[in-house]
Design a protein around this ligand. Structure first.
Ligand code: FAD
Length: 516
C-alpha cells in the first residue's frame, strides 16, 4: 500500500534528500503552500516569497530527477493549513497506509501532524533531521551532564567546547587551535568616528521566473502583510546558496570577526554572511559551511579570530539554540520570567520612531527581512526588554519579520537570549545596555534627537533612562547576580534624587511609548 511523504517548506535539503530516499515507486510525495504558515504570525512578504520560491525550485528539481511529486501552490486549492492538505489528499487516495515526515522544526507543526495522523488513523513515521551536527539525544545527554555538575543552567560556551572536542573542528592534538577556545574579545569593535572601511557589496540574486511568480503570488494573496519585495535577492537553490557562501568566504570572512558587532546607518549587511535563511531552509549543509571557513584559515585567506568567530555561530550558537528549543518545547508559548506586560509599540511594524537606531534597524528589516545579530539583540531586543514589552508579542514580531525566522531558532534567541524570559537557564544575565553601548557600536546617536548621556527629560536617550530604571525595577531578581555587580555598583553611586528623577521620567516614557 502507498505511503504519503510530506516535505515541509524548510526541508529543502540537497540530494540525497533524507526523507525522499525512503520513498518507493507508488508512494506519494506531497508539498503544499498554505496560508496558515504566513498568517499564524503576520509574516513579512519577503519571508513568504522566499519560502514559496525555494520550495518551488526544490519541487521542480525533484520532478526533473524523476520524483512524482504533487505540489499544491497557494490559490490552487482551498486548504488553509497543512493538516487540511493531508486530510484532503488522504480523502483523494484512501489506500494511503502511513504518513512519513522529516522531523519538523516547529512544535506547532509537529503537534498538528500528530493530531492529523491520529484522526486519520495513520501511523506517523518521523525521520530525525541529519542536517544538524548534534542530535537531540546527544544534546540532552550533554545537558543532563551539565545539570549533574551542579549548573542548573545551560551555557553556550561549554556546549561549544564540547562540540569542538567531539567533532575535532578547529582542534589540534586535543587542544583548541591558537590555544584559545574563543576570540570573542577581538570581535567587539565599533567603527569609530571615521566609519567603516569600504564595505564589500554582498552578492544578491536577481529573481528568476519562479521567484517572480512567487513574489506575485505573495502580493496577490498577502497584500496587507508587512515588508517589501522590492529588493528581494536571497538565494533560493542549493547552487545559489553555495555561491552566496563563497562570496562571503572570499569577500567578507577575513573581516567578519573584527566587525561582527558593529553597526552603521545605511549599511544593512556589513561583513555578515547572509546565509541564515539558506541554512534554515536546509539549502546549505552546516558541515560544508564550516569546512569552507576552515579551508580559508588553512590557506591563510582569513585569520583565526574571524574563522573561530564565524564557526562559533554555526557550531556553537545555532546547534545550541536548537537543543534548547526542544528541551523547553512546551514552555515557549508562555515564558515570561520578568512578568513583562506592555504591548509592542506599533512602530515596530513601520519604523516610524525618532530613535535613530531603532528606525534604522526596523526600516532595514522591513526593506530586506534582515537585520544582523547586534541589531536584533541590542537594538530591537534590548529596547523591548528594557521597556517591559510582553515577550510573546515580541517573539511573534521576530518570527514575522525575518526571512530566516523558523520557530526552533527564533524562539530561544528572542525569549531565551534577548528577553531573559527563560531566566538564567540559557544566559547568565539579561542582555541590557544603555545608550552608551549604541553610541560606541554605531553612528546612530549622531543622527538622533535623543542623547545617550542624558538620563532624564525629553532629550534623554530612552535606552539610558530605561536601563537604570530596569535595574531598579528588577533589583530583587538581579542584584545578587555576580555578573550584574558592576551595574548595581554604578546605580548605588547615584544620588537618591537622581534615581527618583530617572524613575519619574521612565514612567513618563513608558506611558508614551507610541510617541517615541
Ligand atoms: P552571521 O552574523 O553571518 O552569522 C553566521 C551564521 O551563524 C548565521 O547565518 C546563523 O546561521 C548562525 N548564527 C549566528 N548567531 C546565531 C544565533 N544566535 N542563533 C542561531 N544561529 C546563529 N537566526 C535565525 O537564523 N533565525 C531567526 O529567526 C533568528 N532570530 C533571532 C532573534 C533574535 C532576537 C536574535 C538576537 C537573534 C536571532 N537570530 C536568528 C540569530 C542571528 O541574529 C541570525 O542568525 C543572524 O543575524 C543572521 O544573519 P547572517 O546570516 O548574516 O549571520
Amino acid at each position: 500500500k502507498p505511503r504519503l511523504f510530506l516535505v515541509l517548506g524548510d526541508q529543502l535539503h540537497p540530494d540525497p534528500h533524507p526523507l525522499l530516499i525512503q520513498a518507493l515507486p507508488g508512494d506519494f510525495v506531497l508539498m503544499a503552500e498554505v496560508p496558515e504558515e504566513s498568517t499564524h504570525v503576520w509574516s513579512h512578504k519577503a519571508r513568504t516569497a522566499l519560502f514559496f520560491s525555494a520550495m518551488r525550485h526544490f519541487a521542480a528539481h525533484q520532478q526533473s530527477v524523476g520524483c512524482a511529486m504533487d505540489y499544491w501552490r497557494i490559490g490552487t486549492h482551498d486548504c488553509t493549513s497543512l493538516a487540511a492538505v493531508v486530510h484532503k489528499f488522504v480523502a483523494q487516495h484512501p489506500d494511503i497506509s502511513a504518513l512519513y515526515l522529516l522531523e519538523p522544526g516547529d512544535q506547532r507543526v509537529l503537534a498538528a501532524m500528530q493530531t492529523c495522523a491520529q484522526t486519520l488513523g495513520l501511523p506517523l513515521n518521523i525521520t530525525p533531521d541529519p542536517h544538524f551536527l548534534c542530535s537531540l539525544d546527544d544534546f540532552n545527554h550533554w545537558a543532563a551532564r551539565s545539570d549533574k555538575a551542579g549548573r542548573d543552567s545551560l551555557r553556550m560556551e561549554f556546549f561549544y567546547r564540547w562540540m569542538r572536542q567531539r567533532t575535532g573542528i578547529l582542534m589540534e592534538a586535543g587542544q583548541p587551535i591558537g590555544d584559545q577556545w574563543n576570540f570573542d574579545a577581538e570581535n567587539r569593535n565599533g567603527f569609530g568616528a571615521g566609519g567603516p572601511p569600504p564595505v564589500p557589496q554582498a552578492k544578491r540574486f536577481a529573481p528568476d521566473a519562479l521567484t517572480q511568480e512567487a513574489c506575485a503570488d505573495v502580493s496577490r494573496y498577502f497584500p496587507d502583510h508587512p515588508g517589501s519585495l522590492a529588493s528581494f535577492g536571497w538565494p533560493v537553490t542549493p547552487q545559489e546558496a553555495l555561491e552566496a557562501l563563497d562570496d562571503f568566504i572570499t569577500q567578507r570572512l577575513p573581516e567578519f570577526g573584527r566587525w561582527q558587532d558593529a553597526m552603521w546607518q545605511g549599511e544593512a549587511f556589513l561583513w555578515h554572511s547572509l546565509i541564515s535563511a539558506a541554512l534554515n531552509l536546509k539549502l546549505l549543509d552546516p558541515r560544508g559551511v564550516i569546512a569552507r571557513a576552515e579551508t580559508a584559515l588553512a590557506s591563510d585567506k582569513a585569520p583565526l579570530a574571524a574563522v573561530e568567530g564565524f564557526i562559533r555561530q554555526i557550531l556553537g550558537w545555532r546547534e545550541f539554540v536548537r537543543g534548547v528549543y526542544w528541551r523547553y518545547a512546551s514552555q515557549w508559548p508562555s515564558l515570561n520570567f520578568l512578568s513583562a506586560q506592555r504591548p509592542l509599540p506599533g512602530w515596530y511594524w513601520t519604523g516610524k520612531t525618532q530613535a535613530a537606531c531603532l528606525k534604522e534597524a526596523i526600516s532595514q528589516t522591513l526593506a530586506h527581512g534582515y537585520a544582523h545579530h547586534i541589531q536584533r539583540l541590542m537594538v530591537t531586543g534590548n529596547f523591548a526588554l528594557l521597556a517591559g514589552v510582553n515577550p510573546r508579542q515580541v517573539a511573534d514580531w521576530y518570527l514575522a519579520v525575518y526571512v530566516d525566522a523558523v520557530d526552533w531558532v527564533e524562539e530561544p534567541n528572542t525569549l531565551g537570549m534577548a528577553l531573559f524570559a527563560l531566566g538564567p537557564r540559557m544566559t547568565s544575565k539579561p542582555y541590557i545596555a544603555s545608550g552608551a553601548y549604541i553610541k560606541r557600536m554605531s553612528n546612530a546617536c549622531k543622527q538622533c534627537v535623543y542623547k545617550p548621556d542624558i538620563r532624564t527629560g525629553p532629550q534623554a536617550c530612552p535606552y539610558t533612562t530605561l536601563y537604570w530604571y530596569f535595574l531598579m525595577q528588577h533589583a530583587d531578581l538581579l542584584r545578587k547576580n555576580p555578573r550584574m555587580a558592576l551595574a548595581y555598583k554604578n546605580l548605588d553611586r547615584m544620588a537618591d534624587v537622581e534615581r527618583t528623577a530617572i524613575s519619574e521620567w521612565a514612567e513618563v516614557r513608558l506611558q508614551n511609548l507610541e510617541a517615541l
